[in-house]
Design a protein around this ligand. Structure first.
Ligand code: 2HA
Ligand code: ZN
Length: 270
């Protein structure tokens, strides 16, 4: 068996959580990541017949039976993943009943997966329905994106337009736009279902007055989506109180979309 602490997926989780922490997106226990792993790759590091314990998930995820995920732990701090991945992360497999998680590694202090597992697994199912390559779901509290929630209308079209019009690269990076949910209580199946419903259309979903979800085929794509929204939100917020003299127009957004050949939300333009 190879050393799991040197596996590319543990390394990626360490690197990404450390990055997000230092960007200020994941204070205290804020944020969570789930990353679907390739079974054959995990088998190089772990005995897949050795289930350490089982943990009920509280919902049914039949489409994910047998799938393996590395997931951040509940109550754990992104700040600490790098130094102690084994207690802050866990590797789980969705059991044959679709409602139990089999722990294969991690949560070594008796912990369990993030309280946002419903939103994560439901989002995985929704995104896999659109793109079978999807692997990562990421949640965090990026400062400017969140700040924008207090002064901007919480509406898919309006929020997307404001971001697109702030930064030229936004149309290229997220031509599918950003879905926006109103404030909802987190950590339950209801917000999970609402997130997954938006994930059928968007790779980015804002949780009103809370944070953001991103989904993508790998860590870089997912991180890059959130990073680009956050950059645009930062520019938006630091200039929102000033007279707006220049803006990217709807026609210019069409020019960008055509030049980069992206399939964009045409109904989001005037
Ligand atoms: O896990 O960010 O949404 C901590 C959170 C809850
Ligand atoms: Zn959160």
């Amino acid at each position: 068996m190879k050393d799991i602490f040197k596996s590319p997926f543990v390394e990626e989780m360490k690197k990404t959580t450390a990055n997000m922490y230092r960007l200020g997106w994941d204070e205290r226990n804020g944020g969570n990541i789930s990353y679907m792993l390739n079974e054959a790759e995990v088998a190089e590091y772990l005995d897949l017949n050795n289930v350490i314990r089982t943990i009920p998930t509280g919902f049914k995820a039949d489409a994910l039976i047998g799938k393996i995920f590395i997931v951040t732990g509940t109550g754990k701090y992104f700040k600490n993943v790098e130094v102690d991945p084994e207690s802050n992360l866990g590797i789980i497999r969705i059991a044959k009943d679709g409602t139990t998680a089999e722990l294969l590694w991690g949560y070594s202090d008796g912990g369990r997966f993030t309280s946002e597992l419903p939103a994560h697994l439901m989002s995985h199912m929704a995104r896999l329905g659109v793109n079978p390559e999807n692997r990562v779901v990421m949640h965090c509290h990026p400062t400017y994106t969140l700040a924008m929630n207090y002064s901007h209308k919480l509406d898919d079209r309006e929020f997307t337009r404001s971001l697109w019009k702030t930064c030229t690269e936004c149309m290229v990076v997220f031509p599918d736009g950003v879905g926006v949910l109103p404030w909802m209580l987190c950590g339950n199946n209801e917000i999970g279902e609402a997130t997954a419903e938006k994930m059928k259309e968007y790779r980015l979903v804002i949780w009103g007055l809370h944070g953001i979800y991103g989904a993508g085929k790998d860590m870089d794509e997912t991180f890059g989506l959130i990073e680009t929204v956050e950059k645009a939100a930062q520019l938006y917020m630091i200039s929102a109180h000033l007279p707006r003299i220049n803006t990217i127009t709807d026609d210019q957004l069409r020019v960008i979309a055509e030049a980069f050949k992206v399939d964009y939300r045409k109904d989001f333009l005037d």
